[in-house]
Design a protein around this ligand. Structure first.
Ligand SMILES: *Cc1c(COP(=O)(O)O)cnc(C)c1O
Length: 230
């Protein structure tokens, strides 16, 4: 990184480079800045440089930042674990949810999406390596959950989100490929499906190579997160 280049510029450069290497158009890959644990000022600094999409994992923390930044035209993505008692506020205050993995939560978000807002964009979270510690549905359960979501008029199913195991890049690339294949299967019958939310700071070039359309980066943009105080 040169002295003059901000972390955002440097990251956008790396994204363009990763696209170039695999012959993809950089306009087809959007950067989702994952701002969990960072204050509203950090978000404002990136927004000043043109970043619009921000991802948050914890509702209360996100709401405080949204309130502090309400004059700005930002797009908010909820990417954390979903609990029933949080769905009403999420449906009211986010543009996207990437971590949908249960029909019951989908129905609540649908019923609670305020009538004056467009349908909520959602991705199904896939537990691509079948890890007990992670949310998401197994790949084999995606089609059935997708069909249930398609019947809910206040949700728009946009695609799939995945967080592969963090231990090796080749394994991740194969995992990303399996997710991409399932997404392309959905696209045959669900024309609004256009999104693959996959790739984080450590593995986004592999995700771009396999077709990611949103890459979710925290550390690359903000630095290492402080250890949680909880
Ligand atoms: C924290 C988080 C990220 C960002 O991770 P980095 O490794 O800091 O880029 C991406 N996606 C989800 C779901 C997260 O919780």
């Amino acid at each position: 990184m040169t002295d003059r280049q901000s972390p955002l510029d440097h990251t956008l450069h790396r994204i363009r480079q990763a696209c170039h290497e695999v012959g993809r158009n950089p306009n087809d890959v959007q950067l989702l800045a994952v701002s969990k644990t960072w204050p509203a000022e950090s978000i404002a600094a990136l927004a000043d440089q043109g970043q619009r999409h921000f991802g948050e994992n914890y509702l209360q923390e996100a709401r405080q930042k949204q309130q502090a930044l309400h004059q700005r035209d930002l797009v908010w993505h909820f990417i954390g674990p979903l609990q029933s008692n949080k769905t009403r506020e999420i449906a009211a205050h986010f543009d996207w949810v990437h971590s949908l993995d249960r029909a019951k939560i989908a129905r609540r978000l649908n019923d609670q999406r305020p009538a004056d807002l467009p349908p909520l964009n959602v991705c199904i979270q896939v537990n691509v390596d079948n890890e007990a510690s992670k949310g998401g549905v197994p790949l084999g359960a995606v089609v059935e959950l997708a069909a249930q979501i398609e019947r809910l008029p206040r949700l728009t199913l946009r695609g799939l989100m995945a967080i592969p195991r963090a231990d090796n890049e080749d394994g991740n690339r194969r995992a990303f490929r399996r997710v991409a294949m399932t997404q392309s299967q959905l696209r045959h019958t669900m024309p609004a499906v256009d999104t693959l939310s996959m790739g984080m700071s450590a593995d986004f070039p592999a995700a771009i190579a396999e077709g990611a359309t949103f890459i979710r980066l925290g550390t690359a943009l903000f630095g290492r997160r402080p250890a949680p105080a909880r």
